[in-house]
Design a protein around this ligand. Structure first.
Ligand SMILES: [Zn+2]
Length: 283
C-alpha cells in the first residue's frame, strides 16, 4: 500500500496482486525481438493496482481487482504469494467499504472488475454496497460482455450483471464529472469504452490511467501497443492524456506499472519516471 496527499485529496494505491505479463505476446512481437538481451519484452510480473481517492465527501475507488490466478492460467506466477485482499487493504488504510461512494471501472477486462463481488456468495454480493459504479456504455454493449452476461455463472454476470440488476451501475458516455475535483475522461483504445480518472486539488493533478499504458516501454515507444487495442483510438487517447499530463506536471498511476509515476518530455519523445512522495508506507 502506498499513500500520499494531492492537495486536499488523500490517495491510497493498493496492489491487489501481481500477474504474469507476457509482453512479447502482448505487443505481438516476432520471436527475433524476444532474445534474452531484450529484457523488457520478456514475461514480467506486473501489479494490479487499484486507487482510492478521498476528497471532500467523495470516497472513490478506481478499479476493483482480485488476485485469483489459477496455475494453468497465462497470468499465473509460480511461487508468488498474493498480498491481502483489496477489502483487507482498504480496511487497513481506514477506508470502510460500505462508505465508498463511487467505483469507477476503467474498462471491462476481468483484472479490473473481478473484485466487485464477494466470490463466496453464490448470487454475487457487492463488495461496495452503497457505491454507484461507473462503466462505459461502449464496454457494457461490447459483444464479449453481452455474451458473457447470458451465462448466469460467468464472472461478468456475477459482478457487472449483478450491479446492473441492482440499479447500481451507471453507464458512461464520454467525459463525466463525478465529484468536486474528480472526473471520468473517455480514453478508448484498450477497449471500446476504456476510461480514466482525473483528480485535481489545490492545483495538483493525478491521472489514474488504467491500461492506457501497461509498461514504461509503451510510453517510450508509441509504436508498441497491445495486440487487442484499437491502435488509432489508443494513439489519440494517449496523445490527449500525455499532452495534458506534461502540461500539468501531473502524477500518473497506471494499473500495471508499479507505483506512482510522472511523464517526462525527452529529446526524442516521452519517458515514464517513477516518483516517490509517500506520506506513509504500510504493507
Ligand atoms: Zn489490465
Amino acid at each position: 500500500m502506498y499513500r500520499f496527499t494531492l492537495g486536499h485529496a488523500a490517495i491510497t494505491l493498493i496492489n491487489a496482486g501481481d500477474i504474469r505479463a507476457d509482453l512479447r505476446a502482448w505487443f505481438g512481437l516476432p520471436l527475433a525481438e524476444s532474445q534474452p538481451s531484450q529484457d523488457s519484452v520478456q514475461p514480467v510480473a506486473v501489479p494490479m493496482q487499484n486507487v482510492h481517492i478521498a476528497l471532500g465527501q467523495a470516497s472513490v475507488l478506481v478499479d476493483a481487482s482480485r488476485w485469483a490466478s489459477a496455475p494453468d492460467s497465462e497470468f499465473y506466477l509460480p511461487g508468488y504469494s498474493p498480498p491481502p485482499t483489496l477489502a483487507t487493504q482498504l480496511a487497513a488504510a481506514g477506508v470502510v467499504s460500505g462508505e465508498i461512494t463511487h467505483v469507477v471501472i476503467t474498462h471491462a477486462h476481468f483484472d479490473h472488475f473481478n473484485g466487485l463481488a464477494d466470490p463466496t456468495d453464490g448470487d454475487g454480493k457487492p463488495c461496495f454496497p452503497n457505491a454507484r459504479h461507473y462503466l462505459s456504455q461502449a464496454d457494457w454493449e461490447s459483444a464479449d460482455i453481452q455474451s458473457a452476461l447470458h451465462h448466469p455463472h460467468s464472472l461478468t454476470n456475477r459482478t457487472l450483471g449483478m450491479l446492473h440488476r441492482r440499479g447500481s451501475l451507471a453507464l458512461v458516455n464520454g467525459d463525466l464529472g463525478i465529484a468536486d475535483g474528480i472526473a471520468i475522461l473517455a480514453a478508448p483504445g484498450e477497449t471500446p469504452g476504456h476510461q480514466i480518472v482525473r483528480v485535481q486539488s489545490e492545483g495538483k493533478v493525478l491521472y489514474c490511467i488504467g491500461d492506457l499504458y501497461h509498461h514504461p516501454l509503451e510510453v517510450e515507444r508509441p509504436d508498441r501497443q497491445v495486440w487487442w487495442a484499437d491502435a488509432k483510438a489508443n494513439r489519440a487517447s494517449r496523445e490527449r492524456i500525455v499532452s495534458a499530463a506534461l502540461r500539468e506536471d501531473a502524477f500518473v498511476i497506471a494499473a500495471h506499472i508499479r507505483g506512482l509515476g510522472k511523464l517526462r518530455q525527452t529529446a526524442d519523445g516521452v519517458r515514464w519516471v517513477t516518483v516517490d512522495v509517500a506520506t506513509r508506507q504500510g504493507t
